[in-house]
Ligand binder design. Structure first.
Ligand SMILES: [Zn+2]
Ligand SMILES: [Zn+2]
Length: 360
């Protein structure tokens, strides 16, 4: 089995022979078809935050169940799946309260010994390690996907799509007729725009310095566009929405932008921060402005429950209401994984994908 191994911060990933053990009780082994490269992979690899090297990155993985361990009833061999990085342990305070996105068992830097090289166990970023030809995960993390959708196109439902869509629709509770601003038009932001569209939002303002991304945002549902390089985005949003938006989503991971998202709100508005920041980033907001019934809300994975929400997203994709192909690609082989990271880092690609050879 081959995997792209990250040995140290920022050093090129190396394609190496690894050992992926058989699934134990309650586990499955999945042969991966495709894995999206998420901005969090890029962040962890560059910064060393939330990762213990050596490790295998990648957490937007889709594939086919290859083998099941004892006691597994959730899925059978041959089942197409998208892997969820929320463990859904079922026992912690978050899971017991129905908020499985707050599962206390969630680890970004876990290492369960399921994948190793020369006898050394490798870290599995976000408990997935999707840049490996096969992975072992808990059966309840393998969410069944319909045969009608290509695993390549739905792999980003594993993270970015659900995170953005959920930030707008679940955490932000977007309602019909509302005005929504989305800061940052990467995979997460574009998915938030699609969530707002599906929820029936009236005005959807896309904010991004990149003109190509704003065009794509328009194709996917944005009605108004702000390039922050042209001036203060907050002033522009207030001018075009008669005093601010009902909902703002920050999908950049930057404290200044999160402050702008809050400042773009009308009285009574909700700002949702979902972009992954560096671990020392802070956001400052006006207390006086908060008194106008405004809220600043954090969101992890769009407050989604993969078992509940992935099937809903798959159904929207089947009907063409959630458009994934426009946001994803180009495709890279595992050998060219470093080029995929470069395509994301440079902004050339919204969501580059690694497609595994056997299944190409
Ligand atoms: Zn839990
Ligand atoms: Zn991610």
């Amino acid at each position: 089995m081959r995997a792209a191994v990250a040995h140290e911060r920022g050093a090129p990933l190396r394609i190496e022979e690894v050992l992926v053990r058989d699934p134990g009780p309650g586990e499955v082994r999945v042969r991966l078809v495709a894995c999206g490269i998420c901005a969090s992979d890029l962040h962890a690899w560059r910064s060393g935050e939330g990762i213990a090297f050596p490790a295998v990155l990648g957490h937007e993985a889709a594939g086919v169940v290859e083998a099941v361990g004892s006691g597994v009833s959730e899925v059978a061999k041959g089942q197409p799946v998208v892997i969820a990085w929320i463990p859904r342990c079922g026992k912690c305070r978050g899971c017991r309260s129905g908020r499985t996105h707050l599962c206390a068992a969630m680890r970004t830097d876990g290492n369960d010994g399921s994948i190793s090289i020369h006898g050394q166990s490798l870290g599995r970023y976000m408990s997935v390690a999707g840049l490996s030809e096969q992975v072992v995960v808990r059966a309840r993390a393998a969410i069944p996907a319909p045969e009608s959708l290509s695993l390549r196109s739905i792999c980003p439902v594993g993270c970015g799509v659900t995170t953005g869509f959920g930030a707008a629709v679940i955490t932000g509770a977007a309602r019909w007729g509302e005005s929504v601003a989305v800061f940052g038009c990467g995979c997460v932001g574009l998915s938030a725009i699609q969530g707002a569209r599906v929820a029936g939002a009236g005005r959807i303002v896309a904010v991004d310095p990149n003109p190509a991304r704003l065009r794509l945002a328009g194709d996917l549902g944005a009605t108004d566009f702000v390039a922050p390089v042209d001036g203060d985005p907050v002033r522009a949003i207030h001018a075009m929405t008669e005093g601010g938006v009902d909902l703002a989503v920050e999908a950049v991971g930057n404290g200044t932008v999160a402050g702008q998202a809050f400042d773009a709100l009308a009285p009574g508005g909700r700002a949702v921060v979902v972009g992954l920041p560096s671990y020392t980033e802070e956001v400052h907001v006006s207390m006086l402005s908060l008194l106008l019934d405004k809220s600043l809300h954090g969101s992890i994975h769009g407050s989604a429950d993969p078992l509940r929400d992935f099937p809903k997203l798959f159904a929207l994709a089947e009907r063409g209401e959630l458009r994934l192909e426009e946001m994803t690609g180009p495709d890279f082989s595992l050998e060219n994984v470093n080029d995929a990271f470069e395509a994301l880092a440079s902004g050339r690609a919204v969501r580059p994908r690694v497609v595994f050879e056997e299944s190409a």
